[in-house]
Design a protein around this ligand. Structure first.
Ligand SMILES: [Zn+2]
Length: 463
């Protein structure tokens, strides 16, 4: 009896002593800042826009989560209520983060929520959106004097806020995201709701609490275009509303939306006179899913953090014959095909050739043995999440799209074969010269596999 009592006392002591120590193994820090432009600048996404923003529904945010595991490995994820992310902006933030906090490329990811009601910061806007000079000047001013410094600032603040934390993952579901690849009777794929199409309702959730269990931050994902809205007001769309709703319930915590592989998924219903109500409704559904998940069973993150990054080079189809390009180029400024043809012909004239490749940055962060977080660039389609989940099972595999460089739609082999907007026709709006070759999926998955192997390798022990 005495022995049992002493054993119980020992166990209690062990829990008291080791409980807080265990919690202190990982550290996390959060920061957020408003990035709503001070001026009513041009809005993102839709090519048919013809004037700048007219006001705002709510403020747009950039948020940063910094993580550090017991061995000192760090990873910072920045999420933004923005339509896109360009290499110019990402590289600026990385350079500053390297210089000030010794953060490497493998430790920094910037994710765009792909709201179409944010400033148009994408690299292709200069060529494909017919922006008046003043509108372009206002955007450059916004990017250089507001956005870039704020992104750098929150990375520093999140690292500065690192404190002992307990991390755990869970999953929930939301159902407003659906396939938008509708197969017509004549064998084409058009951009419309297709309930029978391939979709994914999963909402992955990473919960971060302090040692005493208080919620400090939550990261949640959903693979769906953040495009319920198509008007002229700044708004984070469904993802913005979801973040606001969660933070209303947890005012001391930072809620961060991580865009998933939603390149071929849309929120339904959407657009029209009721668009704003739909966005609020979808946001509420997503927030409820996250709030439910926060209270449910959790899988604690216990091991170390491992990070890796690489750039893979994607190959593109040959250019159309010169005669065809020249003919397209005569279509006038109104025609997007003509603008693309002129862009390509100008490159030929200036450089003597068009580079038929596309750089594709990839990141992987492994949180213990419990969470494998994969970050793909481009407008990543859902197949990349599914392929990764099939290949790297045994733990939570969370795949985010729209990271670091949102260059164009990143189709899978299936989508390339099927055709449609994400596979082929959408490329006319992008700086990427021509559609991808069928080996695109093999190259992207090869890059991801290499990174997963790198972060999964057992730690080297000294002899
Ligand atoms: Zn899109």
């Amino acid at each position: 009896m005495l022995r049992l009592l002493s054993r119980t006392l020992f166990c209690m002591l062990f829990v008291i002593v080791c409980g807080p120590l265990f919690a202190a193994d990982w550290q996390a820090g959060f920061s957020k800042t408003v990035i709503t432009p001070k001026k009513p600048v041009w809005l993102s996404g839709y090519g048919h826009r013809d004037h700048p923003a007219e006001g705002k529904v709510h403020d747009l945010y950039a948020k940063a989560a910094a993580f550090q595991s017991p061995d000192g490995t760090r990873f910072v994820l920045v999420t933004t209520d923005l339509g896109s992310m360009s290499p110019e902006i990402y590289n600026h933030v990385l350079e500053q983060a390297k210089a000030q906090w010794q953060l490497g490329r493998e430790s920094l990811v910037i994710n765009a929520s792909h709201t179409h009601c944010a400033p148009e910061i994408c690299a292709e806007r200069k060529v494909f959106h017919r922006l008046p000079d003043q509108a372009e000047a206002d955007l450059v001013d916004y990017i250089d004097t507001q956005l870039k410094p704020k992104l750098v600032q929150i990375v520093g603040e999140a690292l500065g806020a690192l404190q002992p934390a307990h991390l755990s993952v869970s999953q929930s579901a939301a159902y407003f995201g659906k396939s938008r690849r509708f197969p017509t009777e004549d064998g084409n794929i058009v951009n419309d709701r297709y309930d029978a199409g391939i979709t994914d309702n999963t909402v992955p959730v990473l919960r971060v609490t302090g040692p005493k269990g208080k919620l400090r931050g939550v990261l949640f994902g959903y693979p769906c275009h953040n495009t319920t809205l198509a008007f002229y007001q700044f708004c984070g769309d469904y993802a913005g509303f979801a973040q606001y709703d969660i933070e209303e319930q947890h005012p001391d915590a930072v809620a961060m939306f991580v865009m998933g592989c939603g390149g071929d998924q849309n929120p339904y219903p959407r657009h029209g006179a009721n668009g704003l109500n739909y966005a609020k409704q979808h946001g509420r559904e997503l927030a409820d899913a996250v709030l439910t998940s926060l209270k449910g069973p959790q899988l604690a993150i216990t091991g170390d953090l491992k990070v890796a990054a690489t750039d893979v080079t994607l190959e593109l189809e040959p250019l159309p014959p010169l005669d065809e390009l020249r003919k397209q180029a005569e279509g006038g400024e109104e025609s997007i095909y003509s603008r693309k043809a002129n862009y390509l012909l100008n490159q030929l004239k200036t450089n003597g050739k068009v580079e038929l490749t596309q750089n594709c940055p990839l990141n992987v962060a492994k949180f213990g043995n419990e969470l494998l977080f994969i970050f793909v660039s481009g407008e990543t389609v859902l197949d990349y999440a599914r392929l990764s989940q099939f290949q790297f099972g045994g733990q939570m595999v969370w795949v985010a799209g729209y990271n670091n460089d949102v260059f164009a739609y990143l189709p899978s082999q299936r989508i390339l074969i099927e055709g449609g907007y994400e596979g082929r026709t959408g490329i006319v709006h992008q700086l990427t010269p021509t559609p991808f070759l069928p080996n695109v999926e093999e190259i992207v998955m090869g890059g991801i596999r290499q990174l997963v192997e790198q972060v999964s390798a057992p730690a080297k022990t000294s002899p």
